[in-house]
Design a protein around this ligand. Structure first.
Ligand SMILES: Nc1ncnc2c1ncn2[C@@H]1O[C@H](COP(=O)(O)OP(=O)(O)OP(=O)(O)O)[C@@H](O)[C@H]1O
Ligand SMILES: [Mg+2]
Length: 488
């Protein structure tokens, strides 16, 4: 091997014998012994990772997840912490511990690399053991490298890493991110970290896709998500103290309050300030169907016992490849639960909605509960409705006409804000409701997705909710009337 800029490297092991087997604790010991703050506040002092930074470190090093999504506002030490975690892995994970950092452009790549290089330079033990190239550190004793790349999907082909960090995941190129992710699997253990502040394109960015996926799939342990944001408090003013603190764990520490003050609107646009400094996604939450907190407040945490009188609603669009099945008790104050949601697995372009499974699930629901109506939009589900009807299931068509949807959506809204419905607390249902926005035009009002992007968060269960609520409450009044007329 050709010698680097410095031929003589010390190939003795690092004088580092942490007692703990837990990676995050080993990282802490490593940082304490070798890592100094490379610049800015407390420059050359110990890095001293804060408790909230250690939460991030545990996500990356201890969770076992293959993908870690992290959303933080500007200036919260993302690049610095990445460099420290990357160096730990590079120096301590043994042979072939390749670490790659992807930045969005040359300038960001330089920033990311100089943070790591400066940390190495500030520690004689580290500096003596590795070779420093222009965009790469190399450790001859273990044949490990720490490399920083400016974004280029072609440059990322053929990667073999144990840790890949995508800095600025709010603006990183989607093709590049997918190439990086697809390189996983070569190692028993490898992790991709996508860290960033939300970028300006709210309807199409890697960071927010990961966020949406995490909200809809809390059960998927292969991905973890952590955010520091004032999301949900978009109704507070941009200079709200509470929101600043909530979103900025480094505030009054190494993030300076006066710098935030200096950027308040009108110096920057309010939507930009909210996005970059508070991680509030203004346009995604404009027109949100329900005010924040309303849906959570309606959860009872329990499902619907077998044998109850219920309606079942089916919705989903074939273009989106999501299908949802929801159940509601027949009542003036219905209780809702999810039966099942089918979704196209990420990356599977051949996926087709499993119509036969959907039909089987509806048959099973009819055995479990006393189903008085199976409701669907006939435009999309003609065949299924015909099949089920031929089996004498109580099929009811709910044509999605503007006038009908306007009434049903308005009724659901007023029932939700007035506490006249409850639900099981299902996380996917909550995510679909949170993602639903109101569209209003000359023809009326309906629920819609916040964006047309194929990866936008799904709302199919919310669409089921509109239909199921309409029919469940209508059935309840009809039954009461019938009972009354019976009695008279
Ligand atoms: N414990 C710490 N962790 C991280 N950074 C620290 C710490 N203590 C001091 N700093 C300093 O705070 C600054 C954090 O800046 P850094 O570029 O890492 O943030 P960032 O979130 O990547 O910013 P940007 O949003 O502009 O990309 C650096 O100058 C860093 O040296
Ligand atoms: Mg940065």
């Amino acid at each position: 091997m050709k010698a680097g800029p410095k031929a003589a490297v010390d190939d003795s092991p690092l004088p580092f014998r942490p007692s703990s087997e837990v990676e995050s604790e080993r990282f802490l010991a490593f940082a304490d012994k070798f890592i100094r703050v490379p610049k800015g506040t407390n420059s050359r002092g110990k890095l001293n990772p804060r408790p909230w930074q250690m939460d991030i470190v545990r996500d990356v090093l201890d969770s076992g997840a293959r993908t870690v999504g992290l959303m933080l506002p500007r200036g919260s030490g993302k690049t610095t912490l990445n460099a420290a975690i990357g160096l730990y892995v590079f120096f301590c994970w043994g042979d072939g511990a390749n670490v790659v950092v992807f930045a969005v452009d040359e300038k960001q790549a330089n920033l990311a690399f100089s943070a790591a290089r400066r940390m190495v330079e500030l520690s004689p033990e580290l500096a003596n053991r590795c070779q420093v190239f222009k965009e790469r550190l190399y450790l001859p004793s273990s044949d490990s490298s720490f490399a920083v790349y400016a974004a280029s999907p072609a440059g990322a082909e053929g990667l073999d890493y144990v840790l890949a960090i995508c800095d600025e995941a709010g603006v990183i190129n989607r093709d590049l991110f997918e190439v990086v992710q697809l390189a996983q699997g070569k190692r028993k253990r490898s992790v991709v970290v996508a860290i960033g502040t939300p970028g300006p394109r709210l309807d199409d960015q890697v960071l927010l896709d990961l966020r949406a996926y995490a909200a809809e799939h809390p059960e998927d342990r292969s991905q973890v998500w952590r955010e520091f944001s004032a999301a949900g408090f978009e109704d507070h003013p941009p200079d709200c103290e509470h929101c600043w603190k909530l979103a900025n764990p480094a505030l009054d520490d190494f993030l300076h309050r006066d710098a935030l003050h200096a950027l308040l609107p009108p110096k920057v646009r309010e939507s930009t300030f909210r996005r970059a400094r508070l991680c509030q996604l203004a346009s995604a939450t404009d027109n949100a169907f329900l005010p924040s907190g309303v849906w959570d407040g309606l959860s009872t945490g329990v499902g619907i016992p077998a044998g109850r009188e219920v309606v079942v609603a089916l919705d989903g669009s074939f273009s989106d490849d999501t299908t949802a099945l929801l159940v509601a008790t027949v009542s003036p104050t219905p209780h809702f639960d999810v039966i099942k949601v089918w979704e196209r697995p990420r990356g599977d372009d051949d996926y087709r909605v499993p119509v036969a499974d959907v039909e089987d699930e509806i048959r099973a629901a009819c055995r479990r509960w006393q189903v008085v109506e199976v409701i669907a939009d006939p435009f999309r589900w003609t065949r299924t409705l015909q099949v089920l009807e031929s089996e004498r299931l109580p099929v009811v068509e709910f044509p999605h006409s503007p006038s009908r949807l306007t009434t049903a959506t308005g009724d659901l809204y007023s029932a939700a804000v007035n506490g006249r419905i409850t639900h099981s607390g299902n996380a996917t249902l909550a995510a679909h409701v949170a993602a639903a926005v109101i569209r209003e035009d000359a023809r009326g009002m309906r629920l819609d997705k916040a964006s047309r992007s194929r990866t936008a968060p799904k709302i199919d269960l919310a669409a089921c909710l509109v239909m199921a609520h309409s029919r469940a409450t209508w059935r309840a009044t009809k039954k009461r009337n019938r009972a009354r007329s019976f009695a008279s």
